[in-house]
Write a protein that binds this ligand. Structure first.
Ligand SMILES: [Fe+2]
Ligand SMILES: [Fe+2]
Length: 395
């Protein structure tokens, strides 16, 4: 046990000021904020997470020894070349940000720019707050590439490794890079947001790092990214739907196109995790239970703009209020992944695997209970706050 503990994530002191760590009143996914006493008590019971943060002893589980990672992932290499790498699109077949933006080298640039700005006039500030949140999350890509490269198996030792895992890591980052570029340029051209404040937030966020509890464990990485890519796809998809409702077809196309990429990435990570569940059900169940207890954090939860100590919490309130992400979607996402990985049907487990399976299979019921008492009304009625991103106007 003690040997394997060394390979399991540990919780070191936060690298940044605690004032910018989000409130503990986030259940599992930090995009969901609950403020009632009852919901908070239930959350504590469900997650074992104290207001001071995760308790190491509650959360450390026995991890498979490192040698198992090497052996299992080695055995998956042929499968990954056939099933995962085809999910990356060659650059020449990919869309590029310029496909959706006014062409600064064309004579019609100023007309196209004027039209773009005209079309944004009917869109409320709160929508732009959420779009900025999406863009900032994408723009923290250096942290995500750094994290995947710091993960065993995916680690690219030479920078040009030819393992399917390193090829995937580079190709995935290369595709992701277009998302931040497109949203950033669109927001800049829209003239609706304070770009300097937005850019400052991106700098703070990349410097703060990424604290999502996966350490260098490749099992945790595939589980975390399956959730995160699906969640991101839902969020971009709903932002596209709202843009359409506001009569901005071009912006709907931008957000929808990004959402489609996220779905492809979700499919890759979900398949990787699914294969691991087949090969090492005990190890993956323990990893999944760990991740659920640790909770799935949004990758941008450490965001800060230099002014608002609760910026992420305030952003998530707007996200919930305008219907971009809510608890029901979170429950559906969890159910979808449980069913993809056939978690309930796994059998022949060790006692630790069985215990982990019991825990994760009870989560949907607990979310349902939380849904019943969740203060949806309170979230909707959360007071508007000023955001530096929209020139300190309230949203
Ligand atoms: Fe993305
Ligand atoms: Fe993504």
């Amino acid at each position: 046990m003690s040997q394997s503990l060394n390979k399991w994530p540990t919780f070191s002191p936060q690298p940044i000021a605690t004032s910018i760590i989000p409130s503990p009143k986030f259940f599992m996914c930090s995009a969901l904020h609950f403020s009632t006493k009852e919901a908070e008590n239930l959350r504590k019971t469900l997650t074992n997470i104290s207001p001071q943060g995760p308790k190491r002893n509650d959360l450390v589980a026995q991890a498979p020894p490192k040698e198992n990672f090497d052996e299992i992932f080695k055995s998956m290499e042929g499968w990954a070349r056939d099933n995962i790498l085809p999910l990356l699109k060659p650059a020449k077949e990919c869309w590029q940000p310029q496909d959706f933006l006014p062409d600064a080298s064309s004579d019609g640039f100023y007309d196209q720019l004027r039209q773009l700005q005209e079309r944004t006039k009917g869109i409320p500030d709160e929508y732009f707050v959420v779009l900025v949140g999406n863009m900032i999350t994408e723009e923290a890509l250096p942290s995500y590439h750094s994290r995947i490269n710091g993960t065993e198996i995916f680690h690219d030792k030479t920078g040009v490794d030819d393992t399917p895992w390193a090829i995937w890591a580079r190709g995935w980052s290369a595709e992701e890079n277009r998302h931040g570029d497109l949203l950033n340029r669109y927001l800049y051209l829209s003239g609706r947001v304070d770009m300097k404040q937005v850019e400052t937030t991106i700098q703070y966020l990349i410097a703060a790092g990424l604290d999502v509890g996966i350490a260098n464990n490749p099992y945790l990485w595939t589980i975390y990214t399956s959730f995160q890519e699906r969640q991101t796809a839902i969020i971009h998809g709903n932002t596209a739907r709202l843009a359409k409702q506001h009569g901005h077809a071009n912006l709907a196309q931008i957000c929808g196109t990004i959402a489609a990429d996220e779905k492809r990435h979700e499919s890759a990570y979900t398949k990787m995790a699914g294969k691991l569940f087949e090969l090492d059900p005990n190890g993956m169940l323990i990893a999944l239970a760990y991740m659920m207890r640790r909770r799935i954090e949004m990758p941008s939860h450490l965001m800060y703009d230099g002014f608002d100590d609760h910026l992420f919490k305030h952003l998530t309130q707007v996200v919930a209020r305008i219907g971009v992400y809510n608890l029901s979607e979170h429950k559906a996402m969890f159910q979808h992944l449980m069913s993809k990985w056939k978690v309930e049907k796994l059998n022949g487990l060790s006692s630790e695997g069985q215990e982990a399976q019991d825990y994760v299979c009870g989560i949907v019921q607990r979310i349902t209970r939380l849904e019943e008492i969740a203060p949806t009304k309170a979230t909707k009625e959360a007071p508007t706050v000023s955001f530096s991103w929209i020139f300190n106007r309230k949203a």
